[in-house]
Design a protein around this ligand. Structure first.
Ligand SMILES: NC(=O)c1ccc[n+]([C@@H]2O[C@H](COP(=O)([O-])OP(=O)(O)OC[C@H]3O[C@@H](n4cnc5c(N)ncnc54)[C@H](OP(=O)(O)O)[C@@H]3O)[C@@H](O)[C@H]2O)c1
Length: 281
């Protein structure tokens, strides 16, 4: 089987493979095996977090892989309670230790935290980048107002944000937030890009997939890829799903297909809404 690679998305100095592997809910050997298999078939972007308790497992897969470290784009995230001055830097150091790496390619604030001043968090994030622990910095689950504020603060420290990682799939419209990210050159990284696997039996998606001879998940991931400035990180521990999810760069959706998929959005389409979430847009 020939190896496929995702194209790279430029994002304020970062070069992010547009299709990466999510690792939420995978731990220990399952995680190491899944990440190793993904690297083997061409994934070059891996998404982890302190919250997932799998950084060590991800690090083991990277260490055991024949893929050079320089080809891998590794993202991790800081817990929302650890984004204060000093704590954030300590968290980054802990992540590197568990991962067995000298730097991560992208360090994110996993969730905003209204109890910690944003200026303090962003300054700490910029400090981690200046110290070389992270090549790029960004945020996740930031609203439009928070993105605007974070961009301004980072700018005062001479830095730019590479990404805002947020929930996005055809059932959940994020157009205004994506437009804000684009305006600032920030890549929008879609999490739950296949709606946690729940949208693959949608009749509209199934219909488009049947016409194109693709799987529903491939159609949905292709929909993400055809939106400027958007990347996606589907999680899969199933080898056939991993391979299919990456094999989406040799076909295209028509404008009508794109509109039909976007038309599936519903007002209550959000899947991830923990008690500590910000007041959403
Ligand atoms: N920043 C944040 O706050 C945040 C929040 C949530 C998630 N994330 C990140 O985003 C990643 C993706 O989100 P997610 O894991 O919640 O949801 P997701 O990627 O939308 O869905 C994963 C589910 O879909 C299934 N699946 C994957 N590919 C498939 C295919 N081709 N056909 C059928 N089913 C398929 C998977 O099962 P199999 O494993 O069997 O393939 C799994 O059950 C996470 O792993 C994590 O890295 C970030």
């Amino acid at each position: 089987m020939s190896t496929l690679f995702a194209p790279k998305l430029p994002a304020n100095g970062a070069n992010i493979p547009a299709l990466g592997l999510g690792t939420f809910r995978m731990r220990d050997d399952v995680c190491t095996q899944a990440v190793g298999a993904a690297l083997e078939i061409g994934y070059r972007h891996i998404d982890t977090a302190v919250m997932y308790a799998n950084e060590a497992a991800v690090g083991q897969a990277i260490a055991a892989s024949s893929v050079p470290r320089s080809e891998i784009f590794l993202t991790t995230k800081v817990l929302p309670d650890e984004i204060g001055a000093g704590a954030l830097q300590k968290s980054a150091e802990g992540s590197l230790k568990r991962l067995g790496l000298d730097f991560v390619d992208l360090l994110l604030i996993h969730w905003p935290n209204a109890r910690i001043p944003l200026a303090e968090s962003i300054e700490a994030l910029c400090d981690v980048k200046k110290r070389g622990l992270a090549r790029n910095i960004g945020v996740a689950n930031f609203t439009i107002a928070l993105v605007e504020e974070a961009v301004a603060i980072a700018g005062r420290h001479g830095e730019k944000l590479a990404t805002n990682q947020c929930e996005y799939h055809p059932r959940f419209n994020q157009d205004p937030l994506i437009a804000t990210c684009r305006k600032h050159g920030i890549a929008f990284v879609s999490y739950c890009p296949v709606g946690q696997g729940r949208i693959v039996d949608d009749p509209v998606i199934v219909g488009i997939a049947a016409r194109l001879g693709r799987t529903p998940a491939q159609v949905v991931l292709r929909w993400h890829m055809q939106q400027p400035g958007v990347a996606a990180i589907p999680k899969s521990a199933t080898p056939a799903h991993q391979a299919a999810n990456l094999a989406i760069f040799d076909f295209a959706l028509t404008d009508e297909d794109m509109q039909a998929l976007s038309g599936l959005a519903v007002p209550n389409g959000r899947l991830v809404n923990p008690p500590f979430a910000p007041t959403w847009d």
